[in-house]
Design a protein around this ligand. Structure first.
Ligand SMILES: Nc1ncnc2c1ncn2[C@@H]1O[C@H](COP(=O)(O)OP(=O)(O)OP(=O)(O)O)[C@@H](O)[C@H]1O
Ligand SMILES: [Mg+2]
Length: 234
């Protein structure tokens, strides 16, 4: 009877552990950013990585820009209905939206030692607003006054024609999705050089893209996890 009770008690402990949260506690937060042109597969890969990290027992938070806050909603309206403001005004809105995102979501999650997966960040602003004629370096400098750089920037690279085909298959339309414009955006992404940047061949099948991303993420996990990651396989 005592053995039966002990087994039940340990089963409850395991269940409670599973219910009360992650098995891995990080020594600091990790900030992973996904970038790439429309249809590159960012949102798909954020979800795949989120699922994998949760399965491995890591504390993970997903964010997306533009946000659903007041500035983000104005930007989403532009994306859906076409630009009705000057690029400089649009840039101000991106900066306002990002200030809110950094202060309200990103920094608090990093301070809680969580892994933040961010779907688009200021590198998109550099590329998209840069393609409209604003200096990418100026955009970077203005962002870095308040926006922390990521630990890892995953740049998903895919030919423009392939990305547009995916967008069409997805069924959505956007005034931002023009071939010539995206070619300029891709060129600015292509010139980016940062110590934390990893380029990912996103023209492959989603599972293969995820494997490349996982290979880039595992070393960061090993460097910030108190206990060795369990069953972390590449
Ligand atoms: N590696 C892939 N191969 C084929 N199709 C893909 C791949 N990754 C994503 N897709 C599909 O392509 C479409 C666009 O993917 P997704 O929404 O993840 O791209 P995105 O980069 O987030 O786009 P956006 O910039 O518009 O938000 C979706 O229908 C998705 O299912
Ligand atoms: Mg997306």
């Amino acid at each position: 009877m005592a053995r039966l009770y002990a087994a039940w008690e340990s089963a409850v402990a395991v269940a409670c552990c599973a219910m009360t949260g992650p098995e891995h506690r990080l020594s600091r937060g990790l900030f992973l950013v996904f970038e790439g042109i429309d249809g590159a597969g960012k949102t798909t890969q954020v979800h795949l990585l989120e699922t994998r990290l949760q399965q491995e027992g890591y504390p993970v938070v997903c964010c997306k820009e533009p946000t659903t806050g007041p500035w983000g909603q104005k930007l989403r309206h532009l994306a859906a209905h076409g630009r009705t403001v000057e690029p400089a005004t649009e840039l101000e809105w991106f900066l306002q939206d990002r200030r809110d995102d950094v202060a309200q979501s990103i920094l608090p999650a990093l301070e809680r030692c969580q892994i933040v997966l961010l779907d688009r960040y200021y590198f998109s602003t550099m590329a998209y607003q840069g393609a409209l004629g604003i200096s990418p370096q100026d955009i970077q400098a203005r962002n870095e006054l308040f926006a922390p750089p990521p630990d890892l920037l995953l740049l998903l690279e895919v030919p423009v024609a392939q990305s547009l085909q995916r967008v069409r298959q997805r069924g959505g339309r956007s005034h931002f999705e023009r071939h010539a414009y995206l070619t300029q955006v891709a060129a600015i992404f292509g010139e980016m050089q940062f110590p934390y940047l990893t380029r990912i061949d996103a023209s492959q099948a989603p599972a293969l893209v995820h494997t490349c991303i996982w290979q880039a993420v595992v070393p960061l996990l090993a460097g910030t996890t108190h206990a060795a990651p369990r069953d972390v396989t590449i």
